[in-house]
Write a new protein. Structure first.
Lengths: 135, 662
């Protein structure tokens, strides 16, 4: 595994595009950044959908890891907003409490993946790689 | 005037005139002169016919003696003798008297003198007699007036007294009783008891002479006559017994009889009465026997009711003297202690109720009562029927003096109530627990989120650490940082689970010293996700220092969660303003602490304000209607209040006030 991990990290670095994490929980933001950075990705974090929209131009990012339920604008709302403004970004949805309705709505809105917290490391990695390669 | 014929009216007039004459000396003497003069004129007129006409002068003396008394009569005698000698003895019309005429003159003088004295004496005697008669008449008049007064007074008493008085003629009754004795019956009482027909015979021989107005009123008669005519009408069987006893007293010669009995009015209403008969003693007749009748129906009824209340009260009632001994106990008290009253009366309280309860409870309260205060207590006490939950009230009894002589105790067995109250409390606790669990169920998504968040962070941090450690140059600092975060998030997850477990576990309420600000802060993480999912915000406005309260932490949390959840529900449909929920804490009036949950929701419909806290009242489609009801019970069990008010602009504020610890 370490060899594989190293290779992946190398590939990620090589890719060089940013993974954005949008979550209103500080612990989650910090730990997800740790995880993705330990895998060699470039990571930026945002505490709300609004903060993400304000500070980032969607064109410059590789993909978004987005919490479904947040105060203010929710994950799904952000997804729909990006789609509506003609700048879809490959998005991975994360939720602490999954239900089918939420999964359906998220995938309809254009999410690439819908993962439950606590998220498995390899599942997240696979999703992020897929997202980056689709971009 | 002397020729006036005798008739009573004229006699009376003459009497008056004669009294007038008698009063004046001048008139009396004048009578003598006039009478003699008149007779002289009359005599002279008759003298040519009959010389004896001079003897008319005797009449003048007689009249003067009768009208004027002795002295004028003597004057008339002198004048008449002189006039006789002058006009009617020979020689006529001369002072000289023939010697042959002297005997005639002397006889005239003697007869005239005799008539003067006799007439005057007769007059005096008659006057004395008359004055004696007058005096007698006056006395008789006075006596008659006195008797009339007395009669009037008696009548007044008889008629105006409020006591019913009957005047009865028992002469024929006595006669019948005497006949009975004459027939050899000596035990009249026994005889009457054995011969009711004879009693009826006696009743028939009673003659009612009179009854007073009070009697008419008491027996509901319309007139005296109606009552007088209907003695039997007021009799009921008890009256016959009393009558029999009274007749026995009469037969035995007793002067007085008193008894209690029942009679009926002429309208058939039964009366309890006290009656007396006063029998005049021989030789006075029994024609007027006074019977008094006093209505004691109300007094009897009051006595009966008092006794009845005491005896048949389901509460145990007893009287304890200053020596702590029972003086009187009722039937309920006998039942409680399973002893007859005769055994209990005279016992000391501690002998019956036990030394420990006596010293700890009964005695201190009895002492307070003996000092003049009302005293009451409630508690569990051992009795032969098992432990009973008794409430007791002691009232001071002061029969005559200011000093309390005994305590009146009224005690009620509330064992069943106490058990029911315990069961109710138990049921309420279970219900409160159920609603807590229900609330937790409703919050399941939020709770999962709360727990999953730190777990997700832990997993991500752990994976990151593994990755770092696997690299050729392990980033130890990052690993240490991540591990620290893992520990923190682990605790965070544990805390959430801990709080949920507290809410879900059923424990007896345990009051502890609490800072309400801490309780509010504990609740925030539990509801945070719910707040977020309702796209609402929660703001805390806590007073920096509030006095501590004594409360059960979990129950208080439950109430707060309930109020917050309600507030958010109320804001679900709000789109035109921020959905903000504010929790406040403040020191409150009268040493209380105030907690308020203010929402910006739809507010409270005025029609439902009064039912808001009623069980099973809900405005939610799927609400159980127990939340606010249970919240209020919880707060009231803490000695506090929970109420709702509408906000000035939007929404409602639910406030609760709890007594602060001193």
């Amino acid at each position: 595994m370490p060899l594989t991990e190293d290779r992946q990290r190398h590939m990620a670095r090589r890719d060089g595009r940013v993974v954005c994490i949008v979550d209103d929980d500080a612990s989650l933001r910090r730990s997800l950044r740790n995880l993705l950075m330990s895998l060699g990705f470039r990571v930026e974090t945002f505490s709300s959908a609004e903060a993400f929209l304000e500070s980032v131009h969607p064109d410059g990012i590789g993909c978004v890891v987005l919490d479904v339920r947040m105060a203010g604008m929710s994950g799904v709302d952000l997804l729909r907003h990006l789609a509506a403004t003609g700048s879809p970004v490959p998005t991975i949805m994360l939720t602490a409490h999954a239900d089918d309705e939420m999964r359906r709505r998220s995938l309809e809105a254009g999410a690439l993946a819908f993962l439950e917290k606590p998220v498995r490391s390899d599942a997240l990695l696979a999703a992020v790689r897929t997202a980056l390669s689709s971009a | 005037m002397l020729g006036v014929p005798f008739c009573p009216a004229v006699a009376a007039g003459r009497d008056t005139w004669r009294r007038h004459v008698a009063q004046s000396a001048v008139v009396r003497y004048a009578v003598a002169v006039v009478a003699v003069a008149v007779m002289v004129v009359l005599g002279l007129w008759l003298r040519p016919i009959v010389l004896a006409a001079g003897q008319l002068l005797l009449l003048a003396v007689l009249v003067t003696g009768w009208l004027g008394g002795l002295r004028p009569a003597l004057l008339a005698w002198g004048l008449a003798t002189v006039a006789f000698a002058y006009y009617f003895t020979l020689p006529l019309d001369s002072v000289k008297v023939d010697p042959g005429q002297l005997p005639r003159l002397m006889i005239f003088a003697l007869v005239a003198g005799f008539m003067a004295t006799t007439s005057a004496a007769r007059r005096r005697a008659e006057d004395a007699l008359r004055s004696a008669r007058d005096e007698l008449e006056t006395r008789v008049g006075e006596r008659t007036r006195a008797l009339a007064d007395s009669e009037r007074r008696y009548r007044h008493i008889f008629d105006s007294t409020r006591v019913s008085i009957w005047e009865e003629d028992l002469t024929r009754v006595k006669q019948a009783l005497d006949d009975l004795r004459a027939r050899g019956v000596h035990e009249v009482g026994d005889y009457l008891a054995a011969h009711p027909e004879f009693v009826e015979h006696l009743i028939a021989r009673v003659k009612i002479v009179d009854v007073n107005d009070a009697s008419v009123a008491l027996f509901a008669a319309s007139t005296k006559q109606e009552l007088v005519a209907s003695l039997v009408g007021i009799f009921v069987p008890e009256t016959r017994v009393a009558f029999r006893k009274a007749m026995t007293a009469l037969a035995e010669g007793r002067p007085f009889f008193e008894g209690e009995s029942v009679v009926q009015t002429l309208r058939g209403q039964r009366l309890t009465v006290l009656f007396t008969l006063t029998f005049p003693q021989p030789p006075a007749s029994l024609a007027s026997v006074l019977v008094t009748v006093t209505d004691i129906t109300d007094r009897k009824r009051a006595e009966y009711l008092t006794g009845h209340v005491f005896e048949s009260s389901p509460d145990a009632i007893y009287i304890v003297g200053r020596d702590y001994r029972y003086q009187r106990v009722n039937a309920a008290f006998e039942r409680r202690w399973r002893l007859p009253a005769e055994r209990i009366v005279g016992m000391r309280v501690d002998e019956l109720a036990g030394t420990e309860p006596f010293e700890a409870t009964y005695k201190p309260h009895l002492d307070r009562c003996f000092a003049g205060d009302e005293a009451s207590f409630v508690g569990w006490f051992p009795t032969p029927a098992g432990r009973q939950y008794l409430t007791a009230t002691y009232s001071p009894l002061r029969p005559d003096s200011q000093r309390v002589e005994a305590a009146l105790a009224i005690t009620r067995d509330l064992t069943d109530h106490a058990r029911a109250a315990d069961a109710l409390q138990q049921a309420q606790a279970e219900l409160a627990h159920m609603t807590r669990v229900t609330t937790l169920g409703e919050m399941a998504a939020s709770i999962a989120h709360e727990v999953n968040q730190p777990l997700a962070a832990i997993v991500a941090d752990a994976n990151a650490s593994l990755n770092w450690l696997a690299s050729a140059t392990p980033d130890v600092d990052s690993v240490r940082e991540a591990l620290t975060a893992i520990v923190k998030d682990g605790h965070r997850a544990a805390e959430v689970i801990q709080r949920i477990r507290q809410l879900a576990t059923r424990t007896a309420p345990q009051k502890a010293r609490l800072d309400v600000n801490d309780v509010i802060r504990d609740v925030v993480p539990l509801v945070a996700t719910e707040v977020r999912s309702h796209a609402a915000s929660l703001r805390l406005d806590l007073a920096p220092a509030v006095p501590p309260v004594a409360a059960d932490r979990v129950q208080l949390q439950q109430v707060l969660i309930n109020l917050v959840m309600n507030g958010m529900e109320a804001m679900t449909s709000v789109a035109d303003r921020p959905r903000e929920l504010v929790i406040r804490s403040r020191p409150h009036e009268d040493g209380q602490v105030l907690l308020a949950v203010e929402d910006a929701g739809v507010g409270i419909d005025p029609s439902s304000v009064s039912r808001l806290f009623t069980a099973f009242f809900t405005t939610k489609r799927d609400g159980m209607g127990m939340g606010l009801s249970i919240s209020r019970s919880i707060i009231e069990a803490h000695g506090g209040r929970l109420w709702a008010t509408s906000n000035a602009q939007h929404g409602a504020t639910f406030q609760l006030a709890l007594p602060a610890l001193r």
